[in-house]
Design a protein around this ligand. Structure first.
Ligand SMILES: *Cc1c(COP(=O)(O)O)cnc(C)c1O
Length: 389
C-alpha cells in the first residue's frame, strides 16, 4: 500500500490532511466534538429534526412493530407497507403525481439518471452540480455536455447545436447549489426545456425542507408544479433522517421500480427511518414554524457577517460560505475556529475549484440568537488575526 502512503503524504504537504472529528451525541446547535462543547455550524440538520422527540418516538414505535431491518431489497420482500406509505406521503407533500424512495440521495442520483437515459440521448449538466449527479451521469450510456454555472445562454447554445442529434435530452441541475447557496434559474431552464423538447431533472437536496411553502422545495418556490419531470430530494438533510426520493409521473415511478438499480440491488431503507420521515412531513404539513425559524436565523446571521465586511459569495439560502481562497489557509481557519469553540468545516478542492477555499456556515432552526452572536464574534476575531477580513 505504499502508493497510498505516498498520496497521503502529499495531502500532508499540501496542508489539507485531516482526521475526522468525532461527535459524541446528537447533532444539535451545540455538540460535544472530540470531547469539547462547540457551536455547530456544519450540519445539514436545517430544521433540527435529526433528534426531534416526535421523530424519535415514531422511529422507536416502528422498531417495535417492524424490527430494525427491511430484510431484502424493495423488489423482493423489503417493500413494507411503511415504505409504500412514505412514497405516497412525499408525492402528496410535493404536489406531484408519484414518488419513490431510495436509500439515500446519492443512491437516487446513481440509480435514476442511468435508468432514464440511454445511448441515443444527451445529458446537459450545470458545471457545479453535486458529485452524486456527476457520478450518476458517468453511469449512463448517454452523451454529455456541461454548461457554465447557471449560464442560460450557454445552456441554450448547447441545445441549439445538439438537440437534433439525440432522441431525448435531459437537463440536470441542483435546485440549491450546495457550496454557494445560490438557487438554480429554474423558470428559465423549464422554458428552454419546453422550447427544445428536453426533459428536466432537479436535485433539490438543499432546497427540500428549506425553500417554498413549508419547505416544499425549489419547484414550489418558483411555482413550477407539474413542469419539472424529475424532482430529487434527500431525506437526510432538512428532514433529518436518511434516504432520497424522486418525484414525477406514475410512469417514472413504475419504470424505476423495474430499472432503478439501487432499488433492485440494495436493501430497502430501515422501516424506523421511514416512520420518522413520515412524522417529519406531518410536522411540515401542520406548521411553518420550523422553516420560519430557519430563515429568521439565516437572515440574522448573514446580515451580521455582511455588516462586518465578510465575502459571503452570492448565497440566497441558509448556506453561508465565507470565502478564504487558499486551501491551506482555509483549513487553518477552520481549525482555529474549532479550538475557540465554533465548528465550521473548511471546504477545499476537489469539493470546490482550486483557490476557491471557504468555510461553509450552516445555520439551523435550532440555533439561538445568542449562539449565533457568539459564533459571529469568534469568527470575526479569528478572521481579523488571519487577515481574512
Ligand atoms: C447531499 C446531497 C446529495 C446526497 O444526499 P444523501 O441523502 O446525503 O446521500 C445529493 N445531491 C445533492 C445536491 C446534495 O447536496
Amino acid at each position: 500500500m505504499s502508493h497510498l502512503d505516498e498520496k497521503i503524504n502529499e495531502l500532508k504537504e499540501l496542508g489539507v490532511y485531516r482526521k475526522l472529528p468525532i461527535n459524541e451525541g446528537p447533532c444539535e446547535a451545540v455538540i460535544k466534538l472530540n470531547g469539547k462543547d462547540v457551536i455547530n455550524l456544519s450540519s445539514n440538520n436545517y430544521l433540527g429534526f435529526a433528534s426531534h422527540p416526535r421523530l424519535k418516538k415514531a422511529a422507536i414505535d416502528a422498531i417495535e412493530k417492524y424490527g430494525v431491518g427491511a430484510g431484502a431489497v424493495r423488489t423482493i420482500v423489503g417493500n413494507m407497507d411503511i415504505h409504500e406509505e412514505l412514497d405516497q406521503v412525499i408525492a402528496k407533500f410535493k404536489h406531484e403525481e408519484a414518488a419513490v424512495v431510495f436509500q439515500s440521495g446519492f443512491a437516487c442520483n446513481a440509480g435514476v439518471i442511468q435508468a432514464i437515459t440511454d445511448e441515443k440521448d444527451l445529458i446537459i449538466s450545470d458545471e457545479l452540480n453535486h458529485a452524486s449527479i456527476i457520478d450518476g451521469v458517468r453511469l449512463s450510456k448517454a452523451a454529455r455536455a456541461v454548461y457554465k454555472h447557471s449560464d442560460m445562454v450557454g445552456l441554450e447554445n448547447i441545445l441549439k447545436e445538439k438537440r437534433d442529434q439525440y432522441k431525448e435530452v435531459l437537463i440536470i441541475t441542483d435546485g440549491v447549489f450546495s457550496m454557494d447557496g445560490d438557487i438554480a434559474k429554474l423558470p428559465e431552464i423549464v422554458k428552454l426545456a419546453k422550447k427544445y423538447k428536453a426533459m428536466t431533472y432537479v436535485d433539490d437536496a438543499h432546497g427540500s425542507g428549506v425553500l417554498g411553502k413549508s419547505g416544499r422545495g425549489t419547484v414550489d418556490h418558483f411555482n413550477l408544479h407539474g413542469q419539472v419531470d424529475f424532482i430529487i430530494g434527500t431525506l437526510s438533510k432538512a428532514i433529518g433522517v436518511v434516504g432520497g426520493y424522486v418525484c414525477g409521473s406514475n410512469a417514472s415511478r413504475e419504470w424505476l421500480l423495474h430499472r432503478g438499480r439501487p432499488l433492485l440491488f440494495s436493501t430497502a431503507m430501515m422501516p424506523s427511518a421511514a416512520a420518522a420521515i413520515i412524522e417529519a412531513f406531518k410536522m411540515l404539513e401542520e406548521s411553518t414554524e420550523y422553516t420560519d425559524k430557519l430563515w429568521d436565523n439565516a437572515k440574522y446571521f448573514k446580515n451580521k457577517l455582511t455588516a462586518l465586511g465578510f465575502d459571503i459569495g452570492h448565497s440566497e439560502t441558509p448556506i453561508t460560505p465565507i470565502m478564504v481562497g487558499e486551501e491551506s489557509k482555509t483549513v487553518e481557519f477552520s481549525k482555529a475556529l474549532l479550538t475557540r469553540g465554533v465548528y465550521v468545516s473548511g471546504i477545499v478542492f476537489p469539493t470546490v475549484q482550486k483557490g476557491k477555499g471557504r468555510i461553509r456556515c450552516m445555520v439551523s432552526a435550532l440555533h439561538t440568537k445568542k449562539q449565533l452572536d457568539e459564533a459571529v464574534s469568534i469568527i470575526y476575531q479569528t478572521a481579523k488575526e488571519m487577515n481574512i477580513v
